[in-house]
Design a protein around this ligand. Sequence first.
Ligand code: FES
Length: 329
Amino acid sequence: MSKLKDALIAGLVLLAGKRRKDPYANLPEQRIVEEGAPDRRAENVVLVLFAVVVICAVAFIVVYSFESLAHQTQYLGLAIGLAFVVLAAACIVIATRLIVTEELEEPYPDLEHPDESDAVAEIVEESGSRFTRKRLVRMAGLGAVGTLGAALITPALSLGPAFNTDKLKWTPWRRGRRLVDDAGKPLLASEIEEESFYSAYPEGADRELMGSPIIVVRVPLDELKTRHDWAPHGIVAFSKICTHAGCAVTLYRKPTFAPTQPRPALVCPCHYSTFDPAEGGKVIFGPAGRNLPQLPLTVDGKGYLRAAGTFNEPIGPSWWGVRRGRSVS
Ligand code: FES
């Protein structure tokens, strides 16, 4: 309570003090720093330089938003580099042409008294006497630094869609889509042999999409532990993109080394995450934090392998919220 009282009294004293008329207001001002001659030309140069900084920073943001632009990286480097160079030039012009400088022969004494701090503040204030449009220059400077700051944080947008994460879950797989090999030839269930590893893609879709490539293996029916209805004749399919950091799972551990490796397994060569195809792509070794997403399969009347839906989980490396929901087609 007493603290509140002290604060109220301090506030009142401050207000009263502010209202009190300064008895020295009409006396000639005692300056520490000699008044400098205005330099409008230098001011104009600074304003133009700040404008160029803004243009470069905005150019960086615009170029960054066009991913398909040729030589995008070079343009980005040019824009941000130029922005910093021009900003430095503006600072040099301000320091050399617009700030009144004084040179002391003696080194600055240590600031032991509050009066000396006030004197330093006054020196700083009075050093700007050559500016004729202080406010305009200040606003331009803030604009330049602000836009440059915005340009610097723009790349953070590439960390991923923060609110609309559905596009990370999209894949071209849907019910009825045939599996094709590297050459675009549809895969027959009868061609898939045990102890071998096949890459496949959705027929007619873009293979470059992260959700496109899959691995197909045939597991002996008596070894299949789960999701029998997703695996006709023991043939199972999984996303080829490792759930650890997104490398391609390109190894099939067969032959094995009994008793330490009882069954064949899918292996990612990057950090050796190992997945069990007989148990729904379960992680059995390595840093991957979740199972390989599985694609349910079916066989059509002509013996071709087709997707019976999309993956049971979002594909790709883990990111926050990945465990929520399924992939979408
Ligand atoms: S990316 Fe596959 S184990 Fe790290």
